[in-house]
Design a protein around this ligand. Structure first.
Ligand code: FPP
Length: 229
């Protein structure tokens, strides 16, 4: 039987190089990348994936030139507004993990509205990492536990991460050829299967996702234990 991951995390890398290959500015790649989000989300959900966690903007991405950051924020606004209709129609819960307080008040409002309107949807979760960094997420969880005078355990930390309601990724995909996690879902990704591809994010289509799903279905997940006889 084919195994499908319940939850996939994706580090969407390579927009800039995709644009450069075409002699265009980086923002052109981000636009193509954001169009590709729609394609991959629809296809993944149609294949039975329940939760998708996408790394859209890391807490380190603020270091990029202002024009690029502004363009990414603009694309996110457009995306959230446009996607909300689809989310509500298809019973998708839209969630943002990360510190959204640093975003423009306009974008914060759009995000809060989308999260609120879709919070009772249960068929799928689209979780977008925005101003997200896994180390900060872990530190915030631990500080909260200390403040509440609660015991610090592996489980209690897990329960205080952004992803607590929808669990750990079974598979983490990174496009764009780099072999690292770049501060993405470090705690909840402890036992995730990893899939790296050289394909740049705007070119990561249905065929490429199928390759990742096929690779996942052949993995034997042991979670540190021995394989059963
Ligand atoms: C990495 O490519 C990509 C990003 C930093 C941003 C990802 C954003 C999107 C795909 C668009 C907006 C997202 C949504 C959810 C609508 P890079 O710029 O690091 O590429 P490079 O490594 O080739 O320079």
């Amino acid at each position: 039987m084919e195994k499908t991951p319940n939850h996939i995390g994706i580090i969407m890398d390579g927009n800039g190089r995709w644009a450069k290959q075409r002699g265009k500015i980086r923002s052109f790649g981000h636009k193509a990348g954001s169009d590709n989000v729609d394609r991959v989300v629809s296809y993944a959900f149609s294949k039975g994936v329940r939760t998708l966690s996408l790394y859209a903007f890391s807490s380190e991405n603020w270091a990029r030139p202002k024009e690029e950051v502004d363009e990414l924020m603009r694309l996110l606004e457009v995306y959230f507004k446009k996607f909300l209709k689809k989310v509500l129609k298809n019973d998708i819960r839209l969630f943002v993990m990360g510190d959204i307080s640093a975003l423009s008040s306009k974008l914060q409002k759009i995000i809060i509205d989308a999260m609120e309107k879709s919070k009772n949807n249960t068929s799928h979760v689209l979780n977008i990492g925005l101003n997200y960094g896994a180390r900060k997420e872990i530190v915030t969880a631990v500080k909260k536990l200390i403040k509440e005078n609660k015991e610090i355990t592996e489980q209690s930390i897990l329960e205080n991460l952004y992803t607590a309601p929808f669990g750990e990724p079974d598979l983490i995909i990174r496009t764009g050829g780099e072999l690292r996690l770049s501060n993405f879902m470090l705690y909840q990704g402890a036992y995730s299967e990893l899939y790296f591809t050289d394909v740049l994010w705007p070119d990561f289509d249905e065929v490429e996702l199928d390759k990742a799903l096929e690779s996942f279905s052949k993995r034997k997940r042991r979670f540190g234990a021995l394989e059963e006889e």
